[in-house]
Design a protein around this ligand. Sequence first.
Ligand SMILES: Nc1ncnc2c1ncn2[C@@H]1O[C@H](COP(=O)(O)OP(=O)(O)O)[C@@H](O)[C@H]1O
Ligand SMILES: CC(C)(COP(=O)(O)O)[C@@H](O)C(=O)NCCC(=O)O
Ligand SMILES: [K+]
Length: 244
Amino acid sequence: MVLTVDVGNTRIKAAVFEGSTVLESFVFEKKELEKKIKKILKKFQNCSDLVVASVGTIEKQSFLAFEKQLKLHFLSHEDVFPFVNKYATPKTLGIDRMVLAAGATLQYPNQNRLVIDAGTCITYDFIDENDQYLGGAIAPGLRLRYESLHNFTARLPLLDLEEPQSYIGNTTAQAIHSGVVNGFVYEIDGFIDEYRANFSNFIIILTGGDADFLAKRLKNTIFANSNFLLESLNQTFQYKINND
Ligand SMILES: Nc1ncnc2c1ncn2[C@@H]1O[C@H](COP(=O)(O)OP(=O)(O)O)[C@@H](O)[C@H]1O
Ligand SMILES: CC(C)(COP(=O)(O)O)[C@@H](O)C(=O)NCCC(=O)O
Ligand SMILES: [K+]
């Protein structure tokens, strides 16, 4: 059994895998890390490996204590990945994006793939049919948009996510919901249209905390898989042990 942990900028996600099957998945806050992992390992005592990808503030040190129980794999750029990295600054590429690209490459061979991760940030990652990782885009995520409007202005309230009533917002709150939610959806549809205009034969994978919310609203039909990063972590690990 393998325990995979994804440390994002908002939350931590984890899952226990037996082969390629998810036995259970978890979502928790950074401050609960140690307690939650201990609890998971108590329940799944046959876990032999702990695979971690962190783009958050939690570093490798926070996981060292678990090395007594199981083998730690704290993924970094030094690991083996199944694609050719064409990013001009490969060392600054987020490890979460590398893992997503690895999962897409292994799970959907011989085609162009676009991974959209709607988390704290929206990240776009494109891997072409020759398994070359080309790059993509980084934009503010849904929650971040609500927070930045509030944090960087004097008069805009901090609102919780709500479905806009119309694209023409007729109150401050409705104008914010329209700007944030409709802007988010139009932007992502716009990016997808751009990729479609330039590449044929490709698959789109949508993941992240806002994936389900988003999938229903896009004009492009895409199925969301909120476990894709955790599944990709498991696949990246399997690839690593077979290719090291
Ligand atoms: N309970 C929750 N707490 C925080 N964000 C949530 C929650 N449920 C859904 N979200 C949405 O998830 C997004 C963050 O996604 P997530 O995948 O957790 O981010 P990250 O991987 O960057 O930590 C936010 O934009 C927010 O709208
Ligand atoms: C872009 C990100 C902040 C996204 O983080 P997330 O939304 O998953 O929490 C992360 O992938 C990162 O820190 N990247 C480094 C810069 C880059 O990928 O080029
Ligand atoms: K992201």
